[in-house]
Design a protein around this ligand. Structure first.
Ligand code: SF4
Length: 233
């Protein structure tokens, strides 16, 4: 029997943030998340469906239909695709897509390392949860990630205010006192309903420069283009 997959949506779009900015890819958004970031902009992805919403072959068919042929890239996101309720289907999906030659990125909330997935995907986007989320980052997981997946991950921290920046910097100083050799992005947030947060963006660049520029500051391009409320872009 094929594993059913809890899917929120599958669509083609251009990556709007981080290291793969500007890359055309298909996004497979899982349904279900229990992380509970208070500033989450995708709360529609939180509820776990009681049964799988799509059969695996339907997910693959939809990815193939959305893919333009030249990119063969998929970003798996959520919700939380790495939640234990989602991982059996996720592992099957990753295996299926890899066997079809897809380059895969997994968006990880920063709360769980799943070797069966991380070993197979090409890239891991790992969240550093800032105080604005009310979720505490786990230094043990960061160390593990650095040891086991060096060269295939980035860290992204969504920055709402100076407290978020300070906490990101303090974490880096405490747990990576010699610095870090992976791409670590600060993403000035652009909240639903807000005007373009130019001042926040400029401040994050300024704070980073003041401490010697240890981070890369990259905004959310898809929100500049489509506004902060639009989904599936
Ligand atoms: S992990 Fe992602 S989907 Fe889940 S609450 Fe946090 S921001 Fe929202």
């Amino acid at each position: 029997m094929q594993t059913p997959v809890a899917i929120n949506s599958i669509y083609r779009a251009t990556e709007g943030e981080g290291l793969n900015l500007g890359q055309t890819q298909v996004f497979v958004r899982f349904q279900g998340c229990a992380v509970g970031c208070v500033n989450c902009d995708s709360k529609d992805t939180w509820d776990f469906p009681l049964t799988g919403t799509m059969a695996m072959h339907e997910v693959i068919a939809r990815v193939e239909e959305q893919d333009l042929g030249n990119s063969k890239r998929v970003s798996i996101t959520g919700g939380d695709p790495l939640h234990p309720k989602n991982t059996p289907a996720l592992i099957s999906l990753v295996k299926e897509l890899k066997s079809k030659g897809y380059w895969l990125n997994i968006e990880a909330a920063g709360t769980r390392i799943v070797p069966e997935v991380f070993d197979l995907v090409n890239f891991i986007s790992w969240d550093f949860k800032t105080p604005s989320t009310h979720v505490r980052p786990n230094p043990v997981l960061f160390k593990k990630l650095e040891e086991q997946y060096r060269g295939k991950f980035q860290v992204k921290a969504v920055i709402e205010n100076y407290k978020d920046f300070e906490a990101t910097l303090a974490f880096r100083k405490e747990h990576f006192p010699e610095g870090h050799d992976f791409p670590w992005f600060l993403t000035p947030c652009y909240n639903p309903g807000e005007e373009f947060p130019l001042e926040r963006f400029q401040s994050v660049i300024e704070w980073n420069e003041k401490v010697g520029g240890p981070f890369r500051v990259v905004g959310q391009q898809h929100k500049w283009l489509h506004g902060p409320n639009k989904k599936q872009v």
